[in-house]
Design a binder for this molecule. Structure first.
Ligand code: GLN
Length: 249
């Protein structure tokens, strides 16, 4: 009995020591929200976990800061309001925009983007005037959604996932989809026989900038910016662009 007790005790002590010596459990955790339906920036990987450029970038930032990153997949629409309560930050191909700036702070921008217009190959939509009075698919609460809302006479259909808007385009339920350039290219590529993606510059859309959203007034903004600068300096950032973004083009 005594021997059994000693063995058990030894095992428990080993476990405790392992936990204390391992990184997990001792590092500060940064809970980061994303919407893993926006390739190549975020998507669900083969192992069922969020993956993509943004996920790799925030993990690299976590490493620089000595923090453990915990990614939470949620609806894009919920991200901004969840910052400071459910999540500590959001990385989701999120464009810096006036409305969002009222409730969150952004890191330095890390990627330039623009909205693209996905159409069926034989579509008559070629420029800004052609969008008037059309039925337009967008991802809910995104900058593409805001642009579509301003188009004269347009009927805007919003979806939780961009890919669902693209499916409705193929099924003839919308005339086009307005969504960010890189996801537009990934989605178009999947149905290359049916779809084509037009550069938003043809529609006079403005350039956008992606950044990491953080709680207003948080001291994390400066830390994240420093980590971003370090990752640019040491080549990690460019390597991730090559691996995740250029690879997808
Ligand atoms: N860049 C767009 C926005 O910030 C879309 C982002 C997304 O759908 N993940 O609204």
């Amino acid at each position: 009995m005594k021997k059994l007790f000693t063995t058990l005790l030894a095992s428990v002590m080993c476990l405790a020591a392992l936990t204390a010596c391992g990184n997990k459990g001792t590092k500060d955790v940064l809970v980061v929200g994303t919407n893993a339906a926006f390739p190549p920036f975020e998507y669900v990987g083969d192992d069922g976990q969020p993956d993509g450029f943004d996920i790799a970038l925030i993990k690299a930032i976590g490493e620089k800061l000595g923090m453990e990153i915990e990614v939470q997949d949620m609806e894009f629409e919920s991200l901004v309001t969840a910052i400071g309560s459910k999540i500590d930050a959001a990385i989701a191909g999120m464009t810096i925009d006036e409305e969002r700036l009222k409730s969150v702070d952004f890191s330095e921008p890390y990627y330039d983007a623009i909205q693209y217009v996905i159409v069926l190959k034989d579509s008559e939509i070629k420029g800004a005037d052609d969008l008037k009075n059309k039925t337009i698919g967008v991802q809910l609460a995104t900058t593409g959604n805001y642009i579509a809302d301003e188009i004269e006479g347009a009927t805007v259909k919003s979806y939780n996932k961009g890919v669902d808007a693209v499916n409705d385009l193929i099924n003839g339920r919308v005339d086009c989809v307005i969504i960010d350039k890189n996801p537009a290219m990934v989605f178009t590529e999947k149905f290359a026989d049916k779809l084509t993606a037009i550069d938003g510059a043809e529609f006079d859309f403005e350039t956008e900038q992606y950044a990491i959203a953080l709680p207003k007034g948080s001291d994390m903004v400066e830390k994240v910016n420093q980590a971003l600068a370090d990752l640019k300096e040491d080549g990690t950032f460019d390597a991730l662009v090559a691996q995740y973004i250029e690879e997808a083009e």
